[in-house]
Design a binder for this molecule. Sequence first.
Ligand code: ZN
Length: 183
Amino acid sequence: MAIKNIIRMGHPTLRKIAEPYPVNQIGSGEFNNLLTDLKDTLAASGGIGLAAPQINQSVTVAVIEISVAESRYDQSTSMPFSVFINPRIEILDRQEQGYWEGCLSVPGLRGKVYRPQHIAVHFLDQNAHTQQIELQGFLATVFQHEFDHLQGKLYLDHIKDTTQLSFEAEFLEFELDRPGLTQ
Ligand code: ZN
């Protein structure tokens, strides 16, 4: 196990545009260590996605894992452990939908963010194979949240209406009962 410290908002690494991961290093010992660190740190955090900059590695690598149990976020949204190296987003439908997001680097807060809800992601997997997947709804949001981290952005940057920002405890106390907020 290699559980790393997750850096928080204010740490300059979170605001840097991450470097593309050197393709010829995929599969190296260093790469495998990074992957293990991301996987172990994500598992220990209780989160559903983690980007390398969040463990202070400024490279464009992110992981997502949403177990079926965690897919309470939405009806049918789980994702097996997936590694995205040097990803690129293609927006297939600009229509936006809002979800309440949280971030391991901004602990204790939730905010409602509107993002395009149908995207294609072009990336390399952990075997350096070119991959492409289409994501819709909640999964499209989850990926765009991680992609933001690779661009030096945080979900808070998207919130124009700060009434849509809440502490987690108050979110749970007051917001979840309102219909339609986590659509
Ligand atoms: Zn985050």
